[in-house]
Write a protein of this length. Structure first.
Length: 87
């Protein structure tokens, strides 16, 4: 419970880390798109190239949670953390 409360108090650290991952992922996707366009000679978007096509709805973060039911059933820290991340 201490760790969940600590994370809740420092949720800005978690948000910053997730934002950095998000930025890195988009930078990688931009590099892939540029590479595909170069290989296709800058054609009509390279949709037939078989390159990886992702948008924001394809990106996921999995939060592996401990199996301690009291962290979710009777304690509100995890719900509040998720609420902040949903925004």
């Amino acid at each position: 419970i201490f760790c969940m409360e600590y994370l809740e108090k420092n949720v800005d650290w978690l948000q910053e880390g997730l934002l950095e991952i998000h930025k890195q992922q988009h930078a990688k996707e931009d590099e892939k798109k540029e590479k595909v366009e170069e290989e296709d000679g800058g054609g009509d978007g390279g949709s037939s190239s078989g390159g990886l096509q992702l948008d924001e709805s394809d990106l996921y973060v999995v939060l592996d949670c401990p199996g301690q039911v009291e962290l979710f059933a009777t304690h509100g820290s995890f719900r509040r953390i998720l609420s902040v991340l949903e925004k």
